[in-house]
Design a protein around this ligand. Structure first.
Ligand SMILES: C[S@@+](CC[C@H](N)C(=O)[O-])C[C@H]1O[C@@H](n2cnc3c(N)ncnc32)[C@H](O)[C@@H]1O
Length: 257
């Protein structure tokens, strides 16, 4: 792992790296089709800077599709997980850089694509895009994407989100009236925005690991987090005694320059 100049960033996720790795969803195939379609960039053979790469959910998917990835994240535990998961498999070249995405320690014009998967909202809205533009080749593109629960599609999911909104003061999600997608489309020159619906089939315990991996949960004391997870578990088990959830999801994708 190469290191670059970093500030005290990414700590929130370092505390929940295990839960993140085990619980968070991948992105559906349709996202990668849409990314190619909208950007006009063939992922196979592209060089991609994956900013806020975390444990490597997007990084692995891009490499599986033939991209050479430079994964950037200031969270050491997250990036360590990304590197150890990558060591298991053959693939295209991978560089992992412990760095701040607002000050990329990369040369100008090295990349075809800069991706922010579930991460741009953690960065400075102006500095991040300035840096992305600097490291891109002239025909390159920037993509931000976020996986969300589509709570309006299932009553049980809306109730689950509502319980979180009620019990966790720093909760930010679909149950908050003023919630909206991160405003990346206002930060760059938009090529296109898309919503991609999909369904996640998942066991209750893995779903609860996903819950634990959110920054608003990482901010709670372990006792408070356990208590909250316990309450959600009891409600979900009551509703789904067989222990499997079919979770309506949707990915927001914005591609720009
Ligand atoms: C919600 S995770 C997303 C991880 C992964 N891309 C995914 O799709 O699951 C957000 C990541 O952004 C990282 N992050 C926070 N501040 C950052 C910054 N200034 N520069 C780059 N990454 C940052 C965090 O360390 C964390 O790993």
């Amino acid at each position: 792992m190469k290191t670059g100049p970093i500030k005290d960033l990414g700590r929130a996720f370092d505390r929940v790296a295990d839960a993140y790795d085990a619980g968070r969803p991948c992105y559906p195939d349709e996202l990668y089709h849409a990314l190619t379609d909208v950007s006009g960039i063939d992922l196979d053979g592209a060089t991609t800077v994956d900013v806020g790469a975390g444990t490597g959910i997007m990084t692995r998917a891009l490499r599986a599709r033939g991209s050479q990835v430079i994964a950037v994240d200031p969270g050491e535990a997250m990036l360590t997980r990304l590197v150890s998961r990558a060591a298991d498999r053959q693939g295209t070249p991978l560089a992992a850089v412990l760095a701040d995405g607002n000050e990329l320690p990369l040369a100008d014009g090295v990349a075809d694509l800069v991706t922010y998967a579930q991460s741009w909202h953690w960065l400075d809205p102006v500095a991040s895009i300035t840096e992305a533009r600097r490291v891109l080749r002239p025909e390159g593109a920037i993509a931000g994407c976020w996986n969300f629960h589509h709570a309006a599609q299932a009553e049980w999911l809306a109730a689950y989100e509502a319980r979180l909104a009620e019990e966790v003061s720093s909760y930010w999600g679909p149950a908050v009236e003023e919630w909206s997608v991160p405003p990346i489309a206002a930060a760059f020159e938009v090529i296109e925005e898309r919503w991609i619906p999909w369904t996640r089939l998942i066991g209750i315990e893995q779903f609860l690991l996903d819950l634990r991996s959110h920054s608003y949960m990482a901010a709670l004391s372990p006792e408070r987090a356990d208590e909250l997870v316990g309450r959600q578990r009891a409600e979900l088990r009551k509703e789904f005694p067989e222990g499997v959830l079919s979770v309506p999801m949707r990915v927001y994708l914005a591609v720009g320059k």
